[in-house]
Design a protein around this ligand. Structure first.
Ligand SMILES: Nc1nc2c(ncn2[C@@H]2O[C@H](COP(=O)(O)OP(=O)(O)O)[C@@H](O)[C@H]2O)c(=O)[nH]1
Ligand SMILES: [Mg+2]
Length: 398
């Protein structure tokens, strides 16, 4: 299953620009609410250092030693206040959220859109308001699901031979990717595992919904439009990191411009780069040069546009994935035809060679015997946890 990341936020925060930049897909970009009526699903990439350089070989799958591995990106309908009550495109928003494993919360850090997404002067709206707003909408939506099914849930847990509360809760939210382990943890942390469901208060249910949201839809805050944001706004948003948030200042606008310029061969730029090279300076007019200089200032100062960093943060920090490279020939680090490092897989940290085998193919997983670490030639059994960047030959009976 591919990793799916949702771009969420209020209208005009810059989701579609981010999406277009990150996927280079053609979506509508306009300065009015509800531009994105239908969800857009596209392919984007995380960036990682390819092992081929370290191994002193060449592979056909990376660019200058940088490897891009696909993830799915969803441009979600704009969030409006009271979405969980079905306001605006509330239901569309929440339905999109269902499928995502994590959220990039695109916030207009410049403060130039109000709570409903209407354009206002830069700096006149406090972007901090948006953080709790999005979380609250998702939490209250989940609470709505819990509340609606409460009679059924409590009956299921209190009747003779009834289920355990964590199983019933997990079952209720299975469509949101909530497991019984997540449910048990949340119940335990709230002390609800020792409280009979008949005594639960409304607040208990809201607290549980909030915690389940937190574990099942982890989010990174994209402090977007950082190119025009007042510095104190960025500082305020970065201050959320001390509360455990991940915050990445970014500019979808600049990323989009740079990717287009790279696509048209004006510059040499890879997503995530902290600088770029102008390829044919004589072909640029003064205005184009000035625009590129301004963008260069931004990415040099910020260590990139932040768009790639958002994606990498979600996959490697929030969701705890690592990269593994299955090969068939462990001496050449290649497949049978000699293609070096033909595949890169994102697997959950804690996975073993057999888990990787299943990612490659169900049949290979089913007939798994052992793995071989191509670097050390060590045999790896099912108990051996893989490390980031491992190159693994899978030995199976098939
Ligand atoms: N300055 C600046 N403007 C941006 C940036 N990203 C988006 N915008 C502008 O903000 C407006 C809304 O963008 P859009 O992507 O359609 O927002 P959405 O409604 O969240 O999908 C458009 O006018 C964009 O050009 C950015 O990084 N910097
Ligand atoms: Mg949009």
């Amino acid at each position: 299953m591919a990793i799916m990341i949702a771009l969420a936020g209020k209208p005009n925060a810059g989701k579609s620009t981010f999406f277009k930049a990150a996927t280079l897909a053609d979506v509508e970009i306009a300065n009015y609410p509800f531009t994105t009526i239908k969800p857009n699903l596209g392919v984007s990439y995380v960036r990682t250092r390819c092992p081929c350089k370290e191994l002193k070989t060449d592979c056909q799958k990376c660019t200058d030693g940088e490897r891009f591995i696909a993830v799915e990106l969803l441009d979600v309908a704009g969030l409006v206040p009271e979405a969980h009550k079905g306001k605006g495109l509330g239901n569309a928003f929440l339905d999109d959220m269902r499928q995502a494993q994590a959220i990039i919360h695109v916030v207009d850090a410049s403060g130039s859109t109000d709570i409903e997404g209407n354009p206002v002067p830069v700096g006149s709206y406090d972007p901090l308001n948006d953080i709790k707003f999005l979380e609250n909408e998702i939490t209250m939506w989940m609470y709505g699901i819990l509340n609606k099914n409460w009679v059924k849930i409590s009956r299921k847990t209190t009747s003779a031979g009834g289920g355990r509360i964590e199983d019933v809760v997990a079952e209720q939210f299975a469509g949101l990717g909530i497991t019984d382990i997540m449910a048990r943890q949340a119940l335990h942390e709230l002390g609800l595992d020792s409280k009979s469901v008949v005594n639960w208060t409304e607040q208990d249910m809201i607290d549980l919904s909030d915690m389940l949201r937190h574990v099942s839809k982890p989010l990174v805050i994209a402090a977007n439009k950082a190119d025009i944001a007042p510095p104190e706004n960025i500082k305020k948003l970065m201050g959320l990191e001390k509360d455990g948030y991940k915050v990445v200042p970014c500019s979808g606008g600049i990323e989009l411009a740079l990717r287009m310029a790279a696509k048209n061969n004006f510059i040499d730029y890879l997503p995530g780069d902290t600088d770029f090279k102008i390829l044919n300076p004589e072909k640029l007019n003064a205005a184009q040069k000035a625009a590129l200089d301004k963008m260069r200032d931004f990415i040099v100062k910020n260590g990139g546009t932040g768009i790639q960093k958002c994606l990498n943060t979600v996959v490697f920090d929030l969701l705890d994935y690592i990269v593994a490279y299955p090969v068939e020939d462990e001496s050449k680090f290649s497949d049978k035809s000699g293609n070096v490092l033909p595949d890169a897989f994102l697997i959950k940290k804690g996975s073993n060679a057999k888990d990787l085998a299943y990612k490659v193919h169900t049949q290979i997983g089913d007939s798994f015997l052992f793995g071989v670490n191509a670097r050390t030639k060590m045999r790896l059994g099912e108990k051996h946890e893989l490390e980031n960047n491992d190159i693994i030959k899978i030995v199976s009976t098939k």
